[in-house]
Design a protein around this ligand. Structure first.
Ligand code: C5P
Length: 211
C-alpha cells in the first residue's frame, strides 16, 4: 500500500511542528521532525568539540554514529544548539546523512499509513513527490515574539532583540546555503500562520480534504 506523505517546510519558529503534530494526530499519521536530527548531530558535535568547519572531521565522525535518537528534548532546543544546527546543515555530508535517516524511518515503518514530515527541504528535496506540500509563512517579528515566549516559559533566559537577530540570521543561513536551501517547494501550498491556530487549521483542512 502506498504511504501518504505530507511535507511541511518553512523558516525557523514558523509553527511547523505544532501544525505537523496536529495533522498527525487528526489523520493518524506518523510525525517526523527533521530539525531534531540536525539538532541531535549539533549536540554530538558540540559535546565532542568537533570542528564544524572541517568537513573531513565531520565525515569521520558521521561514519561512527550508528544510531541517533528521533526524540525531542530540552537540551536540543537551546539557542546555542539552534545556531549550531543551522551551521552544520550547510554541509552536504550532514544533509545526506540526515536524509538517509529519514528514508529509513519512512521505509521501515511498513504498517504506518502515512507520514507528516517537517523541515526546510522536505518538499523540495527529500520527498519531492509528496501527496501534499505545505509552506508555512510568518514574518520574522511574529516568529521572534512566539519563540521568546516559548523560551521564557521553558525557563531559559532570553532577550527579544537577540531572538529576532538569531531568527533573521538562521533565515539567511537556511535560504542562502548552497545545498538544499530553504525555498517554497514546487507545487507547495502557502499557509499563513500569522493569526490564530484555528485560522491556520481552517486553511489546512481545505487542502487535506482534497487529497
Ligand atoms: O526546524 P529546526 O529549527 O529544529 O531546525 C534546526 C536547524 O536545522 C535549522 O535552522 C536548519 O538550518 C536545519 N534544518 C535543515 N533542514 C531540515 C530541517 C532542519 O537544514 N530539513
Amino acid at each position: 500500500m502506498k504511504k501518504l506523505i505530507i511535507t511541511i517546510d518553512g523558516p525557523a519558529a514558523s509553527g511547523k511542528e505544532k501544525i505537523a503534530k496536529y495533522i498527525a494526530k487528526k489523520w493518524k499519521l506518523n510525525h517526523l521532525d527533521s530539525g531534531i536530527l540536525y539538532r541531535r548531530l549539533a549536540l554530538i558535535f558540540s559535546i565532542e568539540k568537533i570542528d564544524i568547519e572541517n568537513v573531513n572531521k565531520i565525515k569521520n565522525k558521521l561514519k561512527n554514529i550508528h544510531q541517533i535518537s528521533f526524540r525531542n528534548s530540552k537540551n536540543i532546543r537551546t539557542q546555542v544548539i539552534s545556531r549550531l544546527a543551522s551551521k552544520i546543515a550547510v554541509h552536504d555530508c550532514v544533509r545526506n546523512y540526515v536524509n538517509k535517516l529519514q528514508y529509513n524511518f519512512v521505509n521501515k515503518n511498513k504498517k504506518i499509513q502515512g507520514f507528516v514530515i517537517d523541515g526546510r527541504d522536505i518538499g523540495s528535496v527529500v520527498f519531492k513527490n509528496a501527496d501534499l506540500k505545505l509552506y508555512i509563512d510568518v514574518n520574522p517579528e511574529i516568529r521572534a515574539k512566539r519563540r521568546y515566549k516559548q523560551l521564557i516559559d521553558s525557563g531559559e533566559k532570553s532577550i527579544y532583540p537577540k531572538i529576532l537577530k538569531d531568527i533573521k540570521l538562521r533565515d539567511k543561513q537556511d535560504k542562502l546555503r548552497k545545498h538544499s536551501p530553504l525555498v517554497i517547494p514546487k507545487g507547495a501550498h502557502m499557509v499563513d500562520n500569522s493569526g490564530s491556530f484555528t485560522d491556520t487549521i481552517k486553511q489546512i483542512k481545505v487542502l487535506l480534504d482534497k487529497i
